[in-house]
Design a protein around this ligand. Structure first.
Ligand SMILES: C[S@@+](CC[C@H](N)C(=O)[O-])C[C@H]1O[C@@H](n2cnc3c(N)ncnc32)[C@H](O)[C@@H]1O
Length: 163
């Protein structure tokens, strides 16, 4: 497989999975959370697929396409390791119907450590039945790993549902 084909496959899987998750949660009430804005591609996709929902975005430093920058009241700037637990403690536990976590920066060990560190806050933020869709594994004892139900190739993306 060429690198181009590999990139196409990865992005197609990401799009298909976000579409799957959006269909799953669209009729529910609650917030959507984007962890890692990046250039805003998946944020743009989520706001298109879930137009009636408030999307809260967590990012250290905004470098997104100008069309894909959330309004200031929906953007939490800073280290997710600090801003996410603070957001949960600020009355938002159990409010998220969907969390999309795409925090990879190229340093796998650092990104895995961040995922492990924020797992408790992410789990607490999820509403019962809510989904965490992530680019890597999280440690969520109160969630079921349903990655196998999505049709996306195993190991490419991870999907958890809060019990
Ligand atoms: C792979 S990019 C996200 C790409 C995005 N999903 C898209 O489609 O454009 C990962 C993002 O996570 C952010 N990030 C990584 N670690 C972070 C941390 N500890 N706190 C805040 N943001 C972080 C990076 O700054 C980067 O913008």
């Amino acid at each position: 497989m060429t690198r181009l084909e590999s990139a196409i496959r990865r992005l197609s899987a990401q799009r298909d999975l976000l579409d799957w998750a959006a269909r799953d949660v669209e009729s529910r009430k609650g917030i959507v959370v984007e962890l890692g804005l990046g250039n805003g591609r998946t944020y743009d996709h989520l706001r298109n697929r879930l137009p009636g929902h408030r999307i809260m975005v967590f990012e250290r430093s905004v470098a997104a396409h100008p069309d894909c920058i959330p309004s200031s009241d929906c953007l939490l700037l800073g280290d997710i390791g600090e801003t996410l637990p603070a957001f949960v403690a600020d009355g938002h536990a159990g409010t998220a119907i969907l969390i999309h976590a795409d925090i990879g920066t190229g340093d796998t060990a650092t990104s895995d450590a961040l995922a492990a560190a924020i797992s408790p806050a992410a789990e607490a933020l999820l509403a019962p039945g809510g989904l965490l869709v992530a680019d890597r594994a999280y440690r969520l004892p109160d969630c079921e790993d349903i990655s196998g139900e999505t049709g996306v190739p195993q190991g490419r993306y991870f999907v958890y549902r809060r019990r």
